[in-house]
Design a binder for this molecule. Sequence first.
Ligand code: ADP
Length: 263
Amino acid sequence: MNQKEFLILENLSYSYTDRIKVLKDINLRIREKELIGIIGPNGSGKTTLLKCVAGVLKNYEGSIKIYGKEINTFRRKEIAKIITFVSQNFSPAFDFTVKELIHMGRIPYHTFFQNSSIGDQEIVEAAILAMDLNGFENRRFNNLSEGEKRRVVFAKALAQDTTILLLDEPFAHLDINYSYETAKLIRMRVREFEKTIIGVFHNINMASLFCDRIIVMNNGKIIAEGDPEKVYREEIINEAFKTNCTIISHPRIKKPQVLIDWK
Ligand code: ADP
């Protein structure tokens, strides 16, 4: 892959309290249009890493540079034009319609004097179309199914029109078919819209299908990284998750999948 490296993490460490580092010397170089999956056991620092990159946690040690500029020096509105953070439990404070919510993706582009433009309308329409939400525009978000909600949240993220999307467990709480169908749709749109994704995945088999590159975290450190074929090895998965597992290649898709041994 010869895309430009544009997001560079060097010796990144983070502590919530004085004593314990939950991220320890993370080094990572991310290229444009990569689909990156972070996997690792609970408490290994995955969400903390996403929050540092999102500019939510600013008092980190080391460096996170995007297009050469340190992330904790950006103003909120500036960063919102480059990075969208899609958290796991999005629940709006008011009973918004689908269209109103997707429009909120455009807020970083508005000034005090100018709210919505024709350009915004077109971008919102494109996001609705991309996520198969035609006919849902006037439905209340709170009345949708979990799968429909995921598509709306992702349409809002597309409308925000940033280079990077950070996804915190994007397909959690969906049934097996819906989670894979939603993942396939999102992967297709991410490629089309040429986005870079950094996502935290609990479902490691999904991560193998969705991502170009996998980062395995354990105890605040990166213990392995590379394409799924390189990283999905029994010794690596067993070390990170304390499992006994068998790795197979998916017979049709030819991507590694993890089976947990049951003795
Ligand atoms: P993961 O996403 O891999 O489950 P997290 O990044 O959420 O891991 O958490 C890493 C560690 O940081 C855990 O030990 C967790 O308890 C701790 N932690 C997370 N958020 C906070 C917080 N707001 N204050 C103090 N400790 C936290």
